[in-house]
Design a protein around this ligand. Structure first.
Ligand SMILES: [Zn+2]
Length: 118
């Protein structure tokens, strides 16, 4: 347990052992941990050394929550590439299909060629 006083509003709050441990884990290699005052949200600088001293020697630091990984859209790009290559290779067939569609009197705007549907 550790009592922390906010320099801005003078509010005193208590950090539990678990929150001290989490603070040390989040601080990592930093010299100070920035705690938020629960009353005015002012950032309070606390020396990590002071936090560490409050923890028992055998205290196991919790693992801070991992940062969200960037989302990759590579799979979709590869898929589109494959479709485009396939259409290029069969461009002759597409012309034939278009001619066939005109023969049967289908509306060109409404004709979806099977080659492009995947
Ligand atoms: Zn405050």
């Amino acid at each position: 347990m550790m009592q922390v006083r906010c320099q801005r509003c003078g509010w005193v709050f208590t950090m539990s052992r678990d929150s001290i441990g989490l603070a040390v884990a989040e601080a990592g290699q930093n010299e100070h941990y920035l705690a938020d005052c629960p009353k005015c949200r002012h950032g309070i600088k606390i020396r990590v050394d002071d936090l560490r001293r409050r923890l028992p020697a055998d205290y196991v630091l919790p693992v801070p929550p991992p940062k969200p990984a960037p989302i990759h859209v590579k799979k979709e790009e590869v898929k589109n590439e494959e479709v485009r290559n396939g259409a290029e290779a069969g461009s002759g067939d597409r012309d034939q299909a278009q001619a066939r569609a005109e023969d049967t009197g289908q509306d060109e705007a409404g004709s979806n060629l099977p080659a492009e549907r995947g």
